[in-house]
Design a protein around this ligand. Sequence first.
Ligand code: ATP
Ligand code: MG
Length: 363
Amino acid sequence: MTNPSLLILPGDGIGPEVMAEVRRVIDWFGAKRGINFDVSEDLVGGCAYDMHGVPLHDDTMAKAQEVDAVLLGAVGGPQYDNLDFSVKPERGLLRLRKEMDLYANLRPAQCFDALADFSSLKKDVVAGLDIMIVRELTSGVYFGEPRGIFEEGNERVGINTQRYTESEIDRVARSAFELAMRRGKKLCSMEKANVMESGVLWREVVTRVGADYPEVELSHMYADAGAMQLTRWPKQFDVIVTDNLFGDLLSDLAAMLTGSLGMLPSASLGAPMANGRPKALYEPVHGSAPDIAGQGKANPIACILSFAMALRYSFDMGDEATRVEQAVEAVLADGVRTADLLGQEGVQPVSTTQMGDAVLAKL
Ligand code: ATP
Ligand code: MG
């Protein structure tokens, strides 16, 4: 058997700093668990532009298509703000998502008990929270035609079109049901079928796909009611599947139930490959954080948890993923905090590397 393959793209800003801690976790798996990955590393974003004049080289794109999973840090920074739109760092990430056709964006909202005070909600509402939002990422109102600003009579009109085909709904619904099967076997689909035709079709197709997953308890909710329920009692949910626009809103809402940006991982999944696992790109939700880059302050947990997601969803190593998550939980329970996690006075923040040390020690 060949080793599972992983392409690492640290990117810009704090990307390389947090990725260095992930590399140590990967090395730990090799040394202590005999689980070895074929890791290659390459450039994306501003650093790729500096080297090649493009934010993603064709060779890097080709590599991304071949590996079992891609793990990305972050892209961008103020020094690239004035670049032409076509070579902006973010275009490198968008090209990856588009050419790998990553249509299902997974954003977990998980609340570690030690950080429950960080939420803007009451502690008992969020303590132990563990839900997953699946956002459709490649279609819907962000891409539908016609779109643009047009002349209409003596004024202008801005137009976007919410558009979903049955197959687009079908494939993201399948990703969500597969996920629900590996979790609490509960899926809630959110749309606005009361006012939108695309929502009517969404509900119909999700229901139809559900027939292939009789073990999963399926429910439907209007997205506005869903937003309300997510803040009222989020623990009623397990997996939520929704479209691109509602998913954008709901996943940010859910993320902030749990506190800091430095804690949140994500996965973007595409069609199954020959090995049965989906094409996949894992990345922390946070950006390149230019304000703290180069200072050793960044919290590496979001990136470490993104690797844990890769273990679970690309490498079928759910137990090893849980091991990493439990190490993070134990570190937080010990009160180890990077600066972004500090609320209480009198606690000294640790550096990026020290947080990595603490996670390795718990592993
Ligand atoms: P992007 O446009 O790439 O999403 P952004 O400017 O919206 O970037 P971030 O780069 O994520 O957002 O930064 C937002 C704030 O959160 C910054 O103040 C940053 O320092 C902080 N932050 C983000 N990630 C981390 C992290 N891993 N550890 C500590 N602080 C972080
Ligand atoms: Mg942002």
